[in-house]
Structure formats: structure tokens, C-alpha cells
Design a protein around this ligand. Structure first.
Ligand SMILES: [Zn+2]
Length: 139
């Protein structure tokens, strides 16, 4: 995809992020766009965690939910995701599950929401606040 198309899509994501802040949904601006490979916007939305009373309503999660409904498919492998911010591990994982292979973002969240964390990394970074145990269902 041409860089000027990606820049236009990123501007749309930035506008959605501004709306998310203006509507009180986020302290930090988060907005995202799903586009097809020609750059046609399929879905655009920002973070709606506060208005939806849903901590998983990050811009990228909202994009995926809306796209699944609109496209009547959970396979988004033909689309690209553009977000103004680096995705958190939840959004990155969900994007991978949905088949997204190309994800553009503009601003890094650095170490706070590293999308490349494994479960063991997340547990380590939680400093004892998050525990996961695998059940032994054989016994
Ligand atoms: Zn997220």
C-alpha cells in the first residue's frame, strides 16, 4: 500500500482518537481504522471504554468487533489495521487471531503495553498482581 494512503488512514485514526478524548473515553488518544488493501475504510472508531463501561473497548478491539459484524466474518486477513498508538498485548493478540497481518501504528507506548509479551512475560511484569495457573485435568 502506498505511503500516502497509509498517512491518510493514520489521519483518520488520529481524528477518532481526538473524538475518544473529547467524549471522555480516554486520557490518552486512541483511534483505529480497518481498511482493505486498496485503502478503502471499512471501519473507523476510537476507544469507548468509559461510554461502554467496558475496559476491553480499546480502539482496536472496537474495530475488530465492528468489522466482524459488518463483514459477517471473523477472518480479517484481507485487511490492514491502522492505529495511532502501539497496540497493547490484548489488541495485538486479538488482531492476530482475526488474521490481521499488517498493523501500522504511529506512536509507541514503549514498555507499558508491549504487544510482544508472552503470558510468562505478562506474569513477570505484573509483579505478583496477576497469577495464572494451568489446571491438571488428568487427575
Ligand atoms: Zn489495546
Amino acid at each position: 500500500m502506498r505511503s500516502e494512503i497509509i498517512k491518510k488512514l493514520m489521519q483518520i485514526a488520529e481524528k477518532e482518537a481526538v473524538i475518544a478524548v473529547q467524549t471522555g473515553n480516554s486520557k490518552r488518544p486512541f483511534g483505529a481504522v480497518l481498511a482493505d488493501k486498496t485503502g478503502k475504510v471499512i471501519v473507523q472508531v476510537g476507544n469507548t471504554s468509559k461510554s461502554d463501561q467496558d475496559l476491553t473497548a480499546h480502539a482496536e478491539m472496537n474495530i475488530l468487533r465492528k468489522a466482524f459484524k459488518k463483514l459477517k466474518s471473523v477472518d480479517l486477513s484481507s485487511y490492514i489495521l491502522i492505529s495511532n498508538m502501539e497496540p497493547c498485548s490484548m489488541c495485538a493478540s486479538a488482531s492476530i487471531q482475526a488474521g490481521i497481518r499488517t498493523f501500522y501504528y504511529a506512536h509507541s507506548l514503549e514498555d507499558k503495553c508491549n504487544p510482544h509479551l508472552s503470558l510468562s512475560d505478562i506474569i513477570k511484569k505484573s509483579q505478583g498482581k496477576f497469577t495464572v495457573k494451568q489446571l491438571d485435568i488428568q487427575n
